[in-house]
Design a protein around this ligand. Sequence first.
Ligand code: FOL
Length: 212
Amino acid sequence: MSGLTIIVAATRSNGIGHNGKMPWHIPKDLAFFSHVTARAPPGKINAVVMGRATWESIPTKFRPLRNRLNAVLSRNSEYPVPPPHASLFPDLQTAIDRLRSRPDLHRLFVIGGSTLYRETLGFGTTTASLPSSLQADRVLLTRIHEPDFPECDVYLPDFLDVAERSGRGGSSWKRASHDELVAWASLVDFDIPEGVQEENGVKFEFQMWLKL
Ligand code: FOL
């Protein structure tokens, strides 16, 4: 059964957005996002699951994200999303059950925003936590090293906590090697660079984290 992969770009303070958009412009990261989430074997397709606000943050000319099943979550059953490549679901459970019932599904990605990241990382806003089948087992993290973008008003929960700072992987997540990332992504037309990159004055790094 296919797991659940979070893909996110976050600063060292875990900032992910400001005023409904991302406060940086990193074309290489968007290209990485696009290639990784779209790449599937012949006859298969990936799904991207997102909250309503994240859907609205994608430029209209890029949505629905092409070559991917777009699943948008909203409690408003009248919210308009264009079929057949985008579908509306009332909640994460319903979306994931439906997507996993498709024989042509390859991988499932959670692409934001903060509410969905929190939920799938098991930081439930309610006391009842999610079944493990709805929790992310992999995080593709584009870590933005600098600048810090202090204007951010939405955050990724600090899922790495002690692990990243100690460099040893202390708690429930372990950093995969660059080779593991490259092997898992198995991109044909995109070379994932290793180490800290710089574009538009922003320093960033492609990382993959696995749940222990
Ligand atoms: N993960 C990472 N690593 N970077 C991100 O920017 C990111 N963004 C979201 C979720 N996870 C992410 C949500 N926001 C597009 C725009 C915003 C967005 C996600 C995707 C978008 O327009 N994507 C196009 C590529 C556009 C381009 O190449 O300029 C796509 O085809 O995926």
